[in-house]
Design a protein. Sequence first.
Length: 367
Amino acid sequence: MTTPLAAEIKALIATDGPMPVGRYMALCLGHPRHGYYMTRDPLGARGDFTTAPEISQMFGELIGLWAVATWQQMGAPAAFRLVELGPGRGTLMADALRAAGLVPAFGAAASLHLVEMSPVLRARQADTLKAVAPRWHDRLEDVPDGPAIVIANEFFDALPIDQFVRGPDGWHERRVGLDGEGRLAFGLDPRPFPALAALAAHFPRPHDGAVLERLESGPVHALAGRLAAQGGGALVIDYGHARHGFGDTLQAMKDHRFVDPLAAPGEADLTAHVDFAALADAARAVGARAFGPLTQGDFLNRLGLDARAARLTQAADAAQRTAIAAAQARLAGSGEGQMGALFKVLALGGPGLGPPPGFAAEEEWTA
Ligand SMILES: C[S@@+](CC[C@H](N)C(=O)[O-])C[C@H]1O[C@@H](n2cnc3c(N)ncnc32)[C@H](O)[C@@H]1O
């Protein structure tokens, strides 16, 4: 399928040469006119994928209670920033704020800041959250100073990654270029990429053909640097791996199916698995504490998913009870198609923050 963005990317390649995977991803997702997120609301059954907050209100509610307990642990500051990175339809935040309403002082102290690049989703969020008057920002760096509680569910997987492939003479950058018939195709920069040596040193010994992925460090440094300097806590929830490893995890999804990442630029969601070890290392390097990652299943169970499901079930009819049980299994189960083991939860905090709710002292990241 050819798309307006494919034509633009091909023209760029024809003039400038093959582009790094990260640049391709950034264009596919965030191109001002044709970027995937700039032109649509991709969530839900009729969209391309669904996310935990869209599966059940229990997800956002438990995160709301986590935020209240973290705020209390921070010493209950009279004013703080409640920030969400990539809030989608605003569902998580609406559920979180409803649950957090149990402690009115939390809501009175919070000012709500949403970091969102999509105009379509900003409009959706404005509607969902109209009662609480959020402010929007393009980047976390634009959120006013102050202690913060930051939530990021399926945000880091949407950030561009670069990829490198191991050859006999070192690492080579993977690029998107054109094949003999003018179609988009992956290739390798023939020159080795020596700047990767420091990062690769953290990894196991690479075999020929090993793929190493590197997330740009800007967003995690901004998040962790802010917590280190101004205090607060953050939850990063995403699919990914707890330890460094090799592998090509770039994936494209359309209509709830995996598709070729080069087939329809701007029309399919592009993501990569999050390397939580790299996130934790990058956060600690700028002075933040990192806890976990826990599996999403362990995290939700520790926060009381069972009790919340039981409470909702009391007032439910038979069909609703079945739906609640199915949602609980999907969020926390570890079987095929369930999120409980695939998704991980990493907590970050300023130097003064002890283990946040759900995390234990021995789960501080020390690798
Ligand atoms: C996969 S959706 C997750 C939405 C929501 N957190 C949820 O769980 O339903 C990714 C979200 O991040 C936003 N996003 C992706 N990349 C972004 C970027 N670089 N800056 C700001 N927002 C971004 C998208 O527009 C969308 O709101």
